[in-house]
Design a protein around this ligand. Structure first.
Ligand code: AHR
Length: 566
């Protein structure tokens, strides 16, 4: 999203109107026509494995903007607030999901974050401006609170180091404060601040979107300079704690002018000291254009393929036996209105878009108890599918994509307003993936109808080339040997047509279906709410047949489906 504001629900009304029409059309349609849809087929085989699925593939990203921290995570006046002011209703809801990891606090905010001013007695903490989001940071939720909140949720924090205004020394002190046992200034300060044990943070990102001209302390025109800073910082912090892993920023979107040459130039300098390339991507589609929204995961796949090729090329140049992995530590897909384009002002007009000086703009102080209405985009069926489609793309590339932190992932798992917490449609998709996408990822051979997408631009930076042959059936599969389970995940991207679907598992001896779930909604505007969080929820499917290793089923328009086999 970079500098864009999170849109309000009203921005999505055109989408709703269009989808309503679509729904009417569907209901009026002749049933026979639906049944004439070409049959789709998915084949999986134990011999065709892609790679181990990392536990951190289905994680979340948290940044203190909007109400994500002040209001949802932290509100000392909330009836369930604990002694640190954290909402226990939110903690409990997340704890129940088994969320493996959270990148926190992350995003543009971190590039001027002075973590040292966020620790120690509350009254002594310094209040700072966060120029990237024009907000006042009171540091009531400081570094220790983030890590302790993660402990309460039972999830692992993935920490981002300030590489914008921060120094190598700041990063070294941060790791010493966090992970060193005792006997040094910083580790003893942590103990004095009430945390005797080291936090043991494993994953450290070295900067946020450092290729972006919008980033404070950006290296957009100096990839080698960034690579050198990463080299020296990673070396230093790994010497403080040899067990940690580090991530270096690659492109913050495949639209970036420097992509993929910027990434290569960076990695060329620091290949030996980093373990992950951290990339971000936000897909946008015009309101109402479901096919462009759900086809978005194809751009993710292009991005993954290019990054992997780039990483392997650099490895070859360095004669390195190390295999670099990818971390998508921010991602999302939303419908959003087009912004005016400025043709002729440079390739992507990055500077015009992101250096907006607005004398009217005021710094905002977020009062956690004055939380505006729930405004995070998503929560409906279409956006549950668009996020799921990206998650399936990660699963298909599980051999190289090892971390995936969904932007708004906490909201997807536990939607919250000022008072309550509930389960959105995304909650069910996300938790089913956490539960069933384990073990190894299997290749899915998909035969089905396809559609073509015309190229389009949402704004000066988000420009999409057209795509031909987008499969209506979006699938991924996992083989969890430990639990003796094979699971096939299927999205039907078609807004009109239900498909008869065959899933061929003949390669798995003695395989039989254990459970099948489907989730869809007739009403594109429908969202779950507090007290009504099964309005959109997975239903168990009973109408299917299984014989000779083949499951026959019907997948409804715009549906999420999970088929579990023993
Ligand atoms: O999620 C909002 C912003 O999007 C993050 O701060 C930044 O990293 C990305 O561009």
């Amino acid at each position: 999203m970079r500098g864009a504001q999170i849109e309000r629900e009203s921005d999505y009304l055109p989408q709703a109107a269009k989808l309503k029409q679509m729904k009417r059309g569907l209901i009026e349609r002749d049933r026979k026509e639906i049944d004439m849809a070409k049959e789709a087929k998915i084949t999986i085989h134990p011999a065709f494995q892609t790679g181990e699925i990392s536990e951190r593939l289905f994680s979340a990203f948290l940044e203190p903007i909007g109400t994500m921290v002040n209001g949802t995570m932290y509100n000392p006046k909330h009836p369930t607030a604990d002694d640190q002011g954290f909402r226990r209703d939110f903690i409990d809801a997340l704890r129940e999901t088994g969320l493996p990891a959270v990148r926190m606090p992350g995003g543009n905010f971190v590039s001027s974050w002075q973590w040292k001013d966020s620790i120690g007695p509350l009254k002594e903490r310094r209040v700072h401006l966060d120029p990237s989001w024009h907000q006042v940071i009171t540091n009531e939720v400081g570094y220790d609170e983030y890590l302790q909140w993660a402990q309460k949720v039972g999830t692992r924090p993935l920490v981002t180091v300030n590489m914008g205004t921060g120094t190598i020394q700041d990063a070294m002190d941060l790791v010493e404060y966090t992970n060193h046992r005792s006997g040094t200034y910083w580790s003893d300060l942590r103990r004095k601040n009430g945390h005797e044990e080291p936090y043991g943070v494993k994953m450290w990102y070295l900067g946020n979107e450092m290729d972006g001209p919008w980033q404070l302390g950006s290296f957009s025109s100096d990839p080698q300079g960034y690579g050198s800073k990463v080299l020296e910082t990673a070396k230093a912090i790994k010497w403080i704690d040899e067990s940690i892993e580090t991530g270096v920023c690659g492109s913050s979107a495949s639209f970036m002018e420097g992509f993929p040459a910027w990434d290569e130039a960076v990695l060329d300098v620091c290949y030996d000291v980093v373990d992950y390339v951290s990339v971000h991507h936000y897909h946008g589609a015009p309101p109402g254009d479901v096919r462009a929204l759900l086809g978005g995961s194809l751009y993710y796949e292009d991005f993954i393929n290019t990054e992997v090729a780039m990483m392997d090329y650099v490895a070859a140049k360095h004669r390195s036996p190390k295999k670099m992995m990818l971390s998508f530590d921010e991602y999302g897909a939303w419908m959003r209105p087009n912004e005016p384009l400025h043709p002729g002002l440079g390739r992507y007009n990055m500077a015009r878009v992101h250096y907006r000086f607005d004398p009217e703009r005021q710094y905002v102080l977020h009062d956690p108890d004055n939380m505006p209405e729930h405004t995070f985009p998503g929560g409906d069926m279409i956006h549950a599918l668009s996020m799921a489609s990206i998650q399936l793309a990660f699963l298909r590339h599980a051999d190289r994509v090892k971390i995936g932190c969904m932007t708004g992932g906490l909201d997807a798992l536990a939607s919250a307003d000022h008072d309550h917490v509930w389960k959105s449609a995304s909650h069910y998709v996300f938790t089913q993936l956490m539960q069933y996408a384990r073990g190894v990822s299997l290749r899915t051979g998909v035969e089905c109808e396809t559609y073509d997408m015309a190229g389009y631009a949402i704004d000066d930076t988000s420009q999409y080339p057209g795509k031909e042959g987008v499969p209506f059936i979006d699938a991924a599969a996992a083989w969890d040997r430990e639990n003796g389970r094979v699971t096939v995940f299927v999205i039907n991207r078609n807004e009109e047509t239900a498909y008869p679907l065959q899933i061929d598992l003949k390669g798995f001896a003695d395989c039989r279906p254990l459970a099948a779930y489907t989730m869809r909604s007739d009403d594109p505007d429908a969202k779950n709410s507090y007290g009504n969080d099964r309005l959109i929820a997975p239903q168990e499917i009973t109408a299917c047949t299984f014989a000779d290793g083949i499951l026959q089923i019907r997948v409804e328009p715009l549906s999420w489906n999970v088929f579990v086999f023993s």
